[in-house]
Design a protein. Structure first.
Length: 358
């Protein structure tokens, strides 16, 4: 389940399956989208959806799912979701596969829940939410922690039966570092031995029996361990080299094959064009945007990419349509997501200039 503020998800019995009588929106290899919204899918949505599904099944080391085994309802807002209140998405198992209801398309976190429901089933919420958060990298796994504080937090989650929204990074660290230390096969075996309603003592016993180490020693190692495996399929592909200057004139719309979505961005429905960029050196970079839309309307988002190493973090991550700003930024690969219109209403392209300041 995904809250409005943080990506949090649940394969939940309280969710209703997507209604098969709703209008067909798009069919990909693995996913059947339905929606009553008055929009068409962007040209790259099918490709991006299946890419994410295959990435998740590769992570689990499981065969790809049967065609159209994931039903996915794209809801306009939380009031039309088939989920608990105050969330933005949920996932459940069905006799035909898995069913997602979400206000987002191709939601990585919800697809991760569908992946485990179709392969290894469900487990304690610490593990299911931790796996979905770690696999989707949203939110990022917590940084190394104080061992005592980390152990107390994990045991508190196990006692409560479910992590709170702000505990998802801790759950992701517990799951992710266990996978990195012991491998996915051993983790799946442990997962299957832990029922959804397992008590803390049962989880601890299953962990110690499967991995051959004491619970307290394991948590101390997990708390202090640096992440070594970094995956970011959304940043893959050839990157635009910035060098001293990169100038782009973007004319794509939602109809183009390299555009994903549509998405609701600040109350406006747009497509999203992902552009990997590579900064050769650290320094002051000037970001200039020009587009004939409202001056304060967000036009692009920037984030660092995990390309075998921790992602660099930009100080400024959201740009408006007439922005001209400078920020100090490190070398490395970044993903610039430009919000493009559903259809071209005029001939005005989105102009982007990224320049290394001297």
């Amino acid at each position: 389940m995904r809250t409005i503020l943080l990506i949090v998800s649940l394969g939940c019995a309280a969710c209703e399956a997507a209604d098969p009588d709703e209008a067909s929106f798009l069919e990909t290899r693995y996913v059947r989208y339905v929606s009553d919204q008055p929009f068409d899918p962007c040209g790259g949505l099918a490709r991006e959806t299946d890419k994410r599904v295959e990435f998740l099944f590769d992570l689990l080391d499981e065969p790809y799912p049967a065609p159209l085994s994931i039903a996915y309802e794209w809801a306009e807002d939380g009031s039309t979701l088939k989920c608990d209140k105050n969330v933005a998405g949920c996932t459940q198992a069905t006799p035909d596969g898995a069913s997602i209801s979400s206000t987002y398309l191709a939601d990585f976190h919800e697809l991760a829940h569908a992946a485990h429901l179709l392969t290894i089933g469900t487990s304690h919420r610490l593990l299911t939410e931790g796996l979905a958060s770690y696999a989707s990298n949203q939110p990022r796994a917590a940084a190394p922690q104080d061992a005592t504080v980390f152990a107390q937090a994990i045991e508190r989650i196990l006692a409560a039966g479910v992590p709170s929204a702000d505990e998802y990074p801790l759950a992701a660290r517990f799951v992710g570092m266990t996978i990195e230390r012991h491998g996915i096969a051993a983790f799946k075996d442990f997962w299957r031995k832990v029922p959804r309603d397992a008590r803390f003592v049962e989880v601890r016993a299953a962990y110690e029996a499967r991995f051959g180490e004491s619970w307290s020693d394991a948590l101390a190692v997990i708390a202090s361990r640096e992440q070594t495996v970094f995956r970011d399929p959304l940043c893959e592909g050839t990157a635009q080299a910035v060098g001293d200057r990169l100038q782009l004139s973007i004319t794509q719309t939602c109809e183009d094959e390299d555009v994903t979505g549509p998405l609701r961005n600040s109350g406006v429905v747009t497509g999203e064009l992902p552009i990997p960029i590579e900064l050769a050196s650290e320094g002051l970079y000037r970001f200039r945007f020009s587009y004939s839309s409202e001056p304060k309307r967000p036009i692009a988002a920037l984030r660092g990419c995990s390309n075998g190493a921790p992602a660099p973090v930009p100080a400024l991550s959201l740009f408006s349509s007439q922005d001209d700003v400078t920020q100090y930024i490190g070398a490395g690969r970044y993903l610039l997501n430009v919000r493009v219109p559903l259809a071209r209403d005029d001939d005005s392209p989105i102009e982007v200039i990224i320049k290394l300041s001297q």
